[in-house]
Design a protein around this ligand. Structure first.
Ligand code: PGA
Length: 242
């Protein structure tokens, strides 16, 4: 695991954005694993600029997003489908039919999850996956648990995650209680992974990831077992590792 410490979120966005740019330049039909949250926004801004400047062409790319809230449709402004279009897809040239986001309104979430997993396999697996990390060490919506979940599945959100995400909703009561999420195995099967973290409220999670043991109580810690992972942190997120 390589750990890179940068001065701020903008520098991390440029560094992670460069990894995506070089991935797509060298393999135009790459399969990209994408994440929502505040942390990847500067990365997506860099990816948009690379498109606008004519440096990166995303027309042959396929994307898979990590997760979606159960109950929110595409038009809901807090759905991850909406977020991805608002922060990236509306400004680059990935064809809509090459964009994959789990449906939060599927009548049968288990079937939706199984089909999503099959779609990732049919696309040849994920070449490059970006991850944020939760304050509790979650990746995607894989919350601390007794076991690592392998495949895409329906999950109940923890109080820590509901608390962290309530800033986007009118109140904590409005935060959905369930999500559909790629599993730890789905993420670990990506060929290359980058994890980005900014701010002091991620310091405990980064300490557990970088210095702790591998445990499902810190789902991100499984990344220590992957052969091609780079962690990009700012000084605040890295502060407890010194
Ligand atoms: P954040 O979310 O980027 O909004 O902090 C990260 C996560 O919960 O995975």
């Amino acid at each position: 695991m390589v750990v890179k410490v940068y001065k701020d979120a903008a520098a991390i966005g440029a560094a992670a954005g460069m990894v995506f740019a070089s991935q797509v330049i060298t393999k135009p039909d790459s399969v990209l694993g994408l994440a929502t949250g505040s942390t990847p926004i500067p990365t997506y801004k860099f990816m948009i600029k690379a498109y606008e400047d004519g440096i990166v062409d995303y027309s042959k790319v396929t994307t898979f997003n990590l997760d979606e809230y159960v109950g929110l449709g595409h038009e809901h402004d807090q759905s991850y489908y909406y977020f991805m279009h608002d922060n990236l897809f509306n400004y680059i040239n990935v064809p809509e039919e090459s964009i994959n986001v789990l449906s939060g309104t599927a009548a049968d979430p288990d079937k939706e999850c199984a089909e999503y997993e099959a779609r990732i396999d049919a696309a040849g697996g994920i070449d490059l996956q970006i991850l944020g990390i939760g304050r509790n060490g979650h990746i995607a919506f894989n919350e601390p648990a007794d076991d690592f979940a392998d495949k895409t599945h329906k999950v109940a959100l923890t109080e820590s995650t509901i608390e962290a995400n309530k800033r986007f909703f009118a109140s904590a009561d409005d935060v959905p209680r369930y999500a559909v999420s790629m599993g730890i195995g789905s993420i670990m099967r990506a060929k290359k992974i980058i994890l980005i973290a900014t701010g002091a409220d991620k310091a405990d999670a980064i300490y557990a990831l970088v210095k702790g043991g591998v445990t499902p109580q810190c789902p991100a810690s499984i990344l220590r077992m992957h052969s091609d992972v780079t962690i990009f942190c700012d000084e605040a997120a890295y502060s407890k590792c010194k």
